[in-house]
Ligand binder design. Structure first.
Ligand SMILES: NC(=O)C1=CN([C@@H]2O[C@H](COP(=O)(O)OP(=O)(O)OC[C@H]3O[C@@H](n4cnc5c(N)ncnc54)[C@H](OP(=O)(O)O)[C@@H]3O)[C@@H](O)[C@H]2O)C=CC1
Ligand SMILES: O=C(O)[C@@H]1CCC=N1
Length: 272
């Protein structure tokens, strides 16, 4: 990655995941700064080798080239207004907040900074993230490239040309690790009821999830065909897949993703 400095405002789950991924990927931790009101999250970052840590958002921005807004959506306006005096016109400001629009962020920053919205997910922490990016029309090529460079360092990136598509990115990637965790929780619990010890159930389940994900990501075969290849006619898998279909899995997934995207849209309205 090219040389630049990045300041994270808010050091909670998502910032920590991105910083963890950047550092694990070879970014010099001294080129990353972070601010947070409470000490706990900063102590976790100290363990990653970060030295520029503090409680003042303004001070932490210092001379950073890139500013990442990692606070909850309801705090974005206050944080932007606080940062407005130190944001330059050419600053790249990346917001990971769900919903909150790029135009609002730019306005709250005093109409300064080149604002890119990002919808990342927590697997960024291990370099296996999946992020959607959207840039305001005024963002120059250099900062578009830099935003992509930051997020590519922690996973795969896709640009969306229309901002509302970030709601879909939230539903399919930002929030989605939680769906898989919930699915795995249920699988591990059932494997336990069937008699497997917890460690074996967890290891076998997690590895199966990784393996299935990699087959889809790395091959040129679609998910439906990969599923069919596991289902021997009148075999064991078919019974499981039939049970999912009879239980309305497709509809349930649509309903869950629609609810997720709808909440993301609501956040955009609530914090405008
Ligand atoms: N978690 C996820 O999987 C994802 C989250 N996001 C987005 O990331 C953002 C952060 O979410 P997440 O990391 O989960 O939330 P967290 O609550 O884990 O982190 C938010 C952090 O912001 C800190 N904070 C509170 N007030 C301020 C302030 N005024 N200035 C600076 N920092 C402050 C909090 O500190 P303290 O605890 O001391 O109050 C906390 O550590 C949200 O906008 C969310 O929409 C996007 C994609 C995925
Ligand atoms: O739950 C949320 O609102 C955030 C956005 C995506 C993941 N976490």
């Amino acid at each position: 990655m090219s040389e630049f400095t990045t300041a994270f405002i808010g050091a909670g789950n998502m910032s920590r995941s991105i910083i963890g991924g950047l550092v694990a990927g070879g970014v010099d931790p001294r080129s990353v700064s972070a601010s947070n009101p409470s000490k706990g999250p900063l102590e976790a970052l100290e363990k990653l080798g970060l030295t520029e840590l503090g409680h003042s958002n303004v001070e932490v921005v210092g001379n950073a080239d890139v500013v990442v807004l990692g606070v909850k959506p309801k705090l974005i306006q206050a944080v932007c207004e606080e940062l407005a005096p130190v944001i330059r016109d050419d600053h790249l400001v990346i917001s990971v907040a769900a919903g909150v629009t790029a135009d609002n962020i730019h306005r709250w920053l005093g109409s300064k900074g080149e604002v890119v919205r990002c919808m990342p997910n927590t697997p960024s922490q291990i370099g296996a993230g999946a992020s959607g990016l959207y840039a305001r029309a005024s963002v120059g090529d250099a900062n578009r490239q830099r935003a992509e460079e930051v997020m590519s360092a922690v996973g795969v990136v896709r640009w969306v040309q229309e901002e509302p598509l970030l709601h879909a990115v939230t539903a399919v990637a930002g929030s989605a690790p939680a769906y898989f965790f919930q699915f795995m929780e249920a699988m591990i619990a059932e494997a336990g009821r069937m008699g497997l010890d917890e460690e074996s159930a967890r290891t076998l389940c997690a590895q199966t999830c990784i393996g299935a994900g990699r087959m889809l990501a790395e091959g040129d075969v679609d998910a439906a065909e990969l599923r069919r290849r596991v289902c021997s006619p009148n075999g064991a898998t078919e019974r499981a897949v039939d049970a999912f279909s009879a239980g309305g899995l497709d509809k349930l997934v649509s309903k869950a993703m629609e609810a997720c995207a709808a909440r993301s849209e609501e956040l955009a309205q609530e914090f405008s």
